[in-house]
Design a protein around this ligand. Structure first.
Ligand SMILES: [Zn+2]
Length: 214
């Protein structure tokens, strides 16, 4: 089972990707992890990627795709894998399609976890974090016992810059510009499946299972 997870930042696709990986015993592949592993092990691809990163430049699509393909070719991916955070743009998706084709392979599904923007802004805006011990809360779904105070250590809770509406909106803008076109791209390939990401996590996973087991 070879899957791509799609969805806006904050839609919960990472959580779903981890669940899928666990339930179907396939690796959860995130590009961040691949970069870190290759750099740590000082591989040829890792060294190349590092030169771009050290220079503060984006790692080129071709190289990112090579790193992903290198990961996919490893033994533990023989029954499939779930890609999370790659591809992020149309050129990356095209590079992936081409690289898979060279192996005589295709992806099975691209699963879009669909959540409207205003819902994401609201979700993120309700997050609260303790900068002292790292605990996280949510004013609606995981409230602390005492408003604004960390249960674990008694420090004051804050809304992180990353979770502020203006930051979230900027990330959503980039998503709509660069990543949302992938939805049409995979729709044209006939492998796009959308699930409603506004329902509780377990219900989102249940609809994904229905797709995978159809
Ligand atoms: Zn705390």
């Amino acid at each position: 089972m070879k899957l791509i997870m799609l969805g806006a930042p904050g839609a919960g696709k990472g959580t779903q990707a981890k669940q899928i990986a666990k339930a179907y015993a396939i690796p959860h592949i995130s590009t961040g992890d691949i970069f870190r592993a290759n750099i740590k092990n000082n591989t040829e691809l890792g060294k190349k990627a590092k030169t771009y990163m050290d220079a503060g430049q984006l790692v080129p699509d071709e190289l990112t795709c090579d790193l992903v393909m290198d990961r996919i070719h490893q033994e533990d991916c023989s029954n499939g894998f779930v890609l999370d955070g790659f591809p992020r743009t149309i050129p990356q998706a095209q590079a992936l399609t081409k690289a898979l084709e060279a192996d005589g392979e295709t992806m099975d599904y691209a699963i879009d976890v669909d959540v409207p923007d205003d819902n994401i802004v609201k979700r993120m805006g309700g997050r609260r974090a303790c900068l002292n011990c790292g605990a996280t809360y949510h004013v609606v779904s995981i409230p602390p016992k005492k408003e604004g105070i960390c249960d674990a250590c008694g420090s004051e809770l804050v809304l992180r810059d990353d979770d502020k509406p203006e930051t979230v909106q900027e990330r959503l803008r980039v998503y709509h510009e660069q990543t949302q076109p992938l939805i049409s791209y995979y729709e044209e390939q006939g492998i796009l499946r959308s699930v409603d990401g506004t329902v509780p996590m377990e219900a989102v996973f249940a609809s994904i299972q229905k797709i995978l087991e159809a």
